[in-house]
Design a protein around this ligand. Structure first.
Ligand code: SF4
Length: 398
């Protein structure tokens, strides 16, 4: 296999992190504002780190000769982690398979770097980032990133985090390997069956890098305008940011003289704003509760005890007691078949497909219509009858 290198991830964060680039490029002062707020790692983020570590282990074994005994011992340790879930194996195997496919497509063994720390200071003051997997050969630079989340799909196209990694990798490797094309891939198994891919030329990548330099400088200095938008979702200031709250709660009318009923144009706008308001409201409510519990006065609000729950002191003893008192065992347990999505998670996608879908044991029924933003990837649903459905012929061309 190709010569390679491993730099164990020291996933520290720069003020202007590559992973936060989408946010600070849109809202430059957000970086300094965030740095004044506490940073707490969510459970999903911790599970993502664990999945990354397992993925890295598999790459080390596949490409850098990590011995089976050491690999198994390390993997066992990770599998004992409280956040470990069996599906991580399937997802990190998909990540490994994808990288193996890329590597084997090279005419000669490429250079591979895993969890490589990259210097981004040519573009971002004090900037650095860690690329999950970098592959270079035959004039091509591949940046492959693993995403463990399922909530927000992350496409490769125009992805500033990946483009920054590509700039860092180009700087690190271009004097050793000729590079003309850049290929970006995001493996997000909980969202996509096949990775999201995008390519650009080195000239376009470098031009983009030059274009962001002034914004990065502005962001580093805490200058520029606060600009609320979809990028606020991952900002640590998202609950209390004045610009965001004002933009969420402000109302505008499209009509110069307001009619008693709002227009459909205004309905569309209210729906869009409403979604943001609901998310923000839930989030700031949780933040405010934590503050009140700590003792902060919040005028007109207090913390109260929520609805309690009941649980057995000891399940086995309690059930033995019930049975001893004549309660039949069939009353005590509920036996329910797992649903197809639950079985898919338990059996892994591959086994589920082979045993159930491909053998015709599962039917897929369309879901009920739901309202979604116009940029949603699903095709638009309509119950309008089309001429070709009625007459079974294509509509006349004019
Ligand atoms: S919440 Fe949004 S507008 Fe406010 S600082 Fe963060 S990214 Fe900028």
């Amino acid at each position: 296999m190709a010569a390679g290198e491993i730099a164990h991830a020291e996933r520290a964060h720069a003020l202007l992190s590559a992973s936060g680039a989408h946010r600070w490029l849109h809202c430059p002062p957000s970086a300094r504002l965030e740095s004044t707020l506490p940073d707490s790692e969510s459970e999903a983020a911790k599970r993502g780190t664990l999945a990354h570590e397992i993925g890295e282990l598999k790459l080390q074994k596949a490409f850098f000769g990590l011995q089976a005994r050491k690999y198994n011992a390390e993997l066992k340790k990770k599998q004992k982690h409280e956040l470990y879930e069996a599906v991580i194996e399937e997802h990190t195997n998909a990540y490994l398979d994808y990288i193996q496919g890329l590597v084997h497509a090279f005419p000669t063994p490429p250079h591979i770097a895993v969890e490589r720390k990259l210097d981004l200071t040519d573009y971002i003051p004090e900037g650095f980032g860690t690329s999950d997997c970098t592959i270079i050969g035959a004039g091509r630079l591949h940046i492959v990133d693993y995403k463990n989340g399922s909530g927000v799909p992350v496409p490769a196209e125009d992805n500033p985090q990946m483009m920054l990694y590509a700039l860092g990798a180009y700087k690190a490797f271009a004097s050793w390997f000729p590079i003309t094309e850049v290929h970006i891939s995001i493996v997000q198994p909980k969202v996509w069956d096949t990775p999201s891919e995008w390519s650009l030329s080195v000239a376009d990548l470098l031009a983009w890098g030059d274009s962001i330099k002034p914004i990065a400088k502005q962001a580093f200095n805490g200058e520029g305008e606060y600009a609320p938008g979809s990028h606020c979702g991952f900002c640590r200031a998202k609950e209390k940011c004045r610009a965001r709250v004002e933009s969420l709660l402000s109302l505008e009318s499209f009509a110069p003289k307001k009619p008693p009923l709002i227009s459909w144009e205004e309905v569309a706008d209210a729906l869009r704003r409403g979604e943001g308001i609901v998310k923000w409201y839930n989030s700031i409510k949780a933040l405010a509760l934590a503050e009140v519990i700590k003792g902060t006065e919040l005028l007109g609000w207090k913390a109260v005890e929520g609805r309690g729950s009941r649980s057995y002191v000891d399940l086995d003893t309690a059930f033995a007691h019930l049975k001893a008192n004549g309660i039949d065992e069939s009353v005590l347990y509920k036996r329910e078949p797992l649903t197809p999505p639950q079985l898919e998670e338990t059996l892994t996608k591959k086994v589920y497909r082979e045993l159930l879908e491909e053998t015709g044991h599962v039917i897929k029924s369309p879901g009920a219509p739901t309202l979604a933003p116009a940029d949603d990837k699903r095709p638009a649903f309509s119950n309008q009858v089309k001429p070709e459905d009625v007459f079974n012929t294509p509509p006349e061309q004019s």
